[in-house]
Design a protein around this ligand. Structure first.
Ligand code: LCS
Length: 404
């Protein structure tokens, strides 16, 4: 691999993970094969014994997957990466690699719903206990740590409330107690935030979102800082089996080439849409990391290179008003997931965060009236026109007499 350390992020996006290929191919070939032929019985044995580097079986390692992994490891400033079948497969692999029965996890209260559910169900059944805290307040993380805390799991900005946690401060707190810091960096991507630079030990992403960016892949990635951790995680992933496949890896690697450009446009658009929404009389509250009204604006400015493409807001008139809005948009599509080039709108309480249950949702700040938008790379004014006509439908429904 060439040394890209002095290159700009956009240049790295184009060149990371790219090697020399047969026939002079400028992109990595898709090795759509489950298994690799050995040159001899001795060759096969020495590959299995780890005496020689080479490919054996795609669940263990595959060149197309490895090229994408190398690219993301480089963009995140990590040592190596592991491609997984989904973001949830990545999270599960991380927990299974780092935790034993009777261990304790401190986790941000605002995380993707199924992450909470994984900790509260499967991990709990295997004897792992979790304390959920508002990790935007460092002291909450500190006071939740116990003698058996092995992992502090932070999602920042959190899904969907966009709470921002101080990665540097939390890493110091966790490390003082011998715990590893795992960061879900999905909402930012490596273009906007590099948790390892702030002390995190492990970074994960749902590749399904900004990294692939085109709403046509489900995948996940884990980035680690050293070879020993990599080997340990690779063994666990190999046993659990939740690996990404070569074709999806190829698509993600292709998506990465425009990551820097896409993130810039996501940020510009979301800023314009958020500023417009903030002034709209039917918008009761709004969260966007790029608005000065965001309660953790200063932490965001310290550790993020941009504010991202995600906005959450509440419409006057509560859930009913939110439903009218979601049924009335024409350009934004009513769908879960996020981070693609197209704008999507959804309702966390009944969709992405439904599995958590109401009590856990409310303690994480996810009210029934919250609506979430993933702002795409369309023209921002077209998106504003769309939201304006949908909010006018809410207005016409006369749900609240005192407004407008
Ligand atoms: N982490 C975050 C922050 C996510 O938003 C998601 C999925 C995951 C992990 C899990 O990744 P997956 O297994 O789906 O690749 N978030 C979704 C969402 O907000 N709507 O639909 C999926």
């Amino acid at each position: 691999m060439k040394d890209h350390s002095k290159l700009d992020f956009n240049t790295k996006c184009v060149h990371s993970g790219i090697d020399e290929y047969e026939y002079g191919s400028v992109v990595p070939p898709i090795y759509q094969t489950s298994t690799f032929k050995f040159k001899s019985a001795q060759h096969g044995a020495s590959l299995f014994a780890g005496e020689e580097k080479g490919y054996i079986y795609t669940r263990m390692l595959n060149p197309t997957i490895e090229a994408m992994e190398n690219a993301i490891a480089e963009l995140e400033g990590g040592h190596k990466a592991l491609g997984c079948a989904s973001g949830m497969a990545a999270t599960h692999t991380i927990f299974s690699s780092l935790l034993n029965t009777c261990d304790h996890v401190v986790c941000s209260a605002a995380v993707y719903g199924p992450t909470t559910t994984l900790l509260n169900t499967v991990m709990k059944r295997f004897g792992v206990e979790t304390t959920f805290v508002d990790s935007a307040v460092n002291e909450n993380v500190h006071s939740a740590i116990k003698e058996n805390t092995k992992v502090v799991y932070v999602e920042t900005p959190g899904n969907p409330t966009l709470c921002i946690s101080d990665l540097e401060a939390i890493s110091k707190i966790a490390h003082n107690h011998g715990a590893k810091v795992v960061v879900d960096n999905t909402f930012m991507s490596p273009a906007l935030q590099n948790p390892i630079a702030f002390g995190a030990d492990v970074v994960m992403h749902s590749l399904t979102k900004f990294l692939n960016g085109h709403a046509d892949v489900v995948g996940g990635i884990i980035v680690v800082k050293d070879e020993d951790t990599y080997k340990h995680f690779r063994k666990t992933l190999n046993q659990l089996g939740g690996v990404i496949d070569p074709f999806n890896s190829f698509l993600v690697h292709r998506g990465l080439k425009t990551l820097g450009l896409r993130m810039q446009k996501h940020c510009e658009n979301a800023q314009k849409v958020a500023e417009w929404l903030e002034k709209h009389p039917l918008v009761k509250s709004i969260r966007y990391p790029g608005l000065k009204s965001h309660p953790h604006y200063n932490i965001g400015k310290k550790q993020q290179k941009g504010s991202g493409g995600m906005i959450t807001f509440e419409v006057e008139g509560g859930l009913e008003a939110g439903k009218i809005l979601m049924n009335s948009v024409k350009l934004c599509q009513l769908a879960v997931s996020l981070g693609g080039v197209e704008s999507l709108i959804q309702h966390p309480a009944s969709m992405t965060h439904f599995s958590m249950g109401k009590e856990a949702r409310l303690s994480g700040g996810i009210t029934d009236g919250l609506v979430r938008i993933s702002v795409g790379i369309e023209n921002a004014n077209d998106l504003i026109v769309d939201l304006e006509q949908a909010l006018e439908k809410v207005n016409q429904a006369n749900l609240i007499e005192e407004v407008v």
